[in-house]
Write a protein that binds this ligand. Structure first.
Ligand code: CA
Length: 232
């Protein structure tokens, strides 16, 4: 069945190229130019993924994201024109799965959309037996590679894509110190616009989520001038 995408983008030229590429790729795309149109579209048949421009004439993509998150965990990709918006996307814990900075190549957006949908496809959960949950004795965290989830005290953590990849990377090699550069390559390999600040911002977000679950603050350790490790 064709996957449905909600695209919020007020700039017609950008919308046109994205619509063309996404539709050529076989997606069914509903295009909204305003927050009000996007919210209206959500009342109909729910999309499988939303691409949200941050700045639109009657509000911003964050409003639509919040509205979606009240009822759904469908993947959300932000389109952003300014670096300070990236800080907001990362900092507000809006639950975005990814973001793309303008100017971008429509092909890149398409590739990210496909990757995210592959990852969130229901079939992924019913993965082969050899990919069973990996549990470290005595750890408060359990990494389940098959469903790409990390459990804390038995309950899944609500992590965005990069938060999951970051925490999973650390968990696969407990105690090992990863430099920021290594983490950028391992976690953000497909995001050429990432920086060391991106790594720090995500570590902060993951720590906050762990703290909410009562996990000791020093589980992810900062090693001065070296990087990060996880103590499990
Ligand atoms: Ca805009």
């Amino acid at each position: 069945m064709r996957k449905r995408i909600l695209l919020l983008e007020d700039e017609q030229a950008i919308a046109d190229t994205l619509l063309y590429v996404l539709r050529t790729d076989g997606f069914e795309v509903r295009h909204a130019r305003l927050v009000s149109e996007a919210l209206e579209a959500l009342h109909g048949e729910p999309p499988d993924l939303a691409i949200l421009d941050v700045g639109v004439p009657d509000g911003n993509g964050f409003d639509v994201c919040r509205a979606i998150r009240k009822t759904s965990d469908l993947p959300i990709v932000f389109l952003t024109a300014r670096s300070e918006e990236i800080d907001r996307i990362l900092g507000l814990e809006l639950g975005a799965d990814d973001y793309v900075s303008k100017p971008f190549s429509p092909r890149e957006v398409c590739a990210r959309v496909r990757a995210i949908l592959r990852r969130s496809a229901p079939g992924r959960a019913a993965a082969p037996a050899q990919a069973a949950a990996a549990t470290t004795e005595g750890s408060p965290l359990q990494l389940d590679e098959a469903s790409q989830r990390i459990r804390c005290g038995g309950l899944p953590l609500a992590l965005t894509r990069y938060e999951y990849l970051l925490l999973a990377t650390l968990m696969r090699r407990p105690q090992r110190i990863f430099s920021r550069r290594e983490l950028m390559d391992l976690v953000w390999g497909d995001a050429p616009d990432s920086s060391e600040r991106t790594v720090d911002a995500h570590v902060k977000l993951v720590r906050a989520k762990l703290r909410e679950r009562g996990v000791a603050a020093d589980l992810i350790q900062t090693h001065r001038n070296m990087g990060y490790s996880i103590q499990i």
